[in-house]
Design a binder for this molecule. Structure first.
Ligand code: MF3
Ligand code: CO
Length: 251
């Protein structure tokens, strides 16, 4: 599949999709506290998405049964919200959300510390965000896609972290997942040239231990193989001739 280049009108719609998703994340962050279940967060996220007239894009996507992916501690991504899973002080909780506004998708993830967490957990969350910001230094027309991938992956590996290889970022627009795939590790080729008007969901998934992951029997939840903590950070990014625009980040 070719990589879609968004028109000015499409970019306006994606900006609005992103702006609303940033609000969804702010509302979930404000509500997050020990004693809540992961299902409570999913419900809240879905309510906020619908209150803006948007559609939760993850719900029923390939059979995924919720609107928000809630992944706790050694869960990497795609954790399924549950009434039985209670969030505790000291946990780290990744929230991944996506919505559709007038036919256009936005996708973003954040990892939050619940109360006081270990220094190891704090460092992991910070490094994962730094990986993203290292990557987008190269997110500019004329560079190559895998410049971003290498920057993300090398930043993490140089600091002793494991970079998840089984899942990637992706193009985004009228579909949640469009071409191209956006790996979070160095490739032995440069990949497609970046052009103004491309929109990418860039999403490093970083482990304290090794890069290896496995799937739970629910066929969704991805966990670290060694049981180490994992963090996820994602924004929908618009490529321009100049600095990239982070559509899902307010301020
Ligand atoms: N950010 C994730 C992704 O890009 C969210 C997909 S979850 C799913 O793959 F449930 F929709 F698959
Ligand atoms: Co994504």
């Amino acid at each position: 599949m070719a990589i879609s280049i968004k028109s000015a009108r499409e970019i306006e719609l994606m900006k609005e999709a992103g702006r609303i998703l940033a609000i969804v994340h702010e509302e979930m962050e404000k509500a997050l506290r020990p004693g809540m279940t992961t299902k409570d967060i999913d419900k809240l996220g879905e309510e906020v998405i619908r209150s803006y007239g948007c559609i939760p894009s993850f719900l029923n996507y390939n059979g995924y049964p919720a609107s928000i992916c809630v992944s706790v501690n050694d869960e990497v991504v795609h954790g399924i919200p549950s009434r039985k899973r209670i969030i505790q002080e000291g946990d780290i909780v990744s929230l991944d959300a996506g919505l559709i506004y007038k036919g256009y998708h936005s996708d973003a993830a954040r990892t939050h510390a619940i109360g006081e967490v270990s220094q190891k957990a704090k460092d992991l969350i910070r490094i994962t965000e730094e990986c993203f910001f290292e990557g987008i230094k190269y997110a500019k027309e004329g560079n190559y896609l895998f410049d971003i991938s290498a920057a993300i992956g090398n930043y993490a590996t140089e600091r002793g972290y494991g970079v998840v290889r089984d899942l990637c970022g992706h193009g985004i627009g009228m579909q949640l997942h469009e071409a191209p795939e956006v790996p979070n590790y160095e490739m032995n080729r440069r990949g497609p040239k970046l052009r103004s008007g491309m929109t990418l969901a860039i999403e490093p998934m970083i482990n304290v231990g090794t890069w290896e992951v496995e799937w739970l029997d629910d066929d969704w939840t991805v966990v670290t193989r060694d049981g180490s903590l994992s963090s996820h950070y994602e924004n929908t990014v618009l490529i321009t001739e100049d600095e990239p625009i982070l559509l899902t980040l307010s301020k």
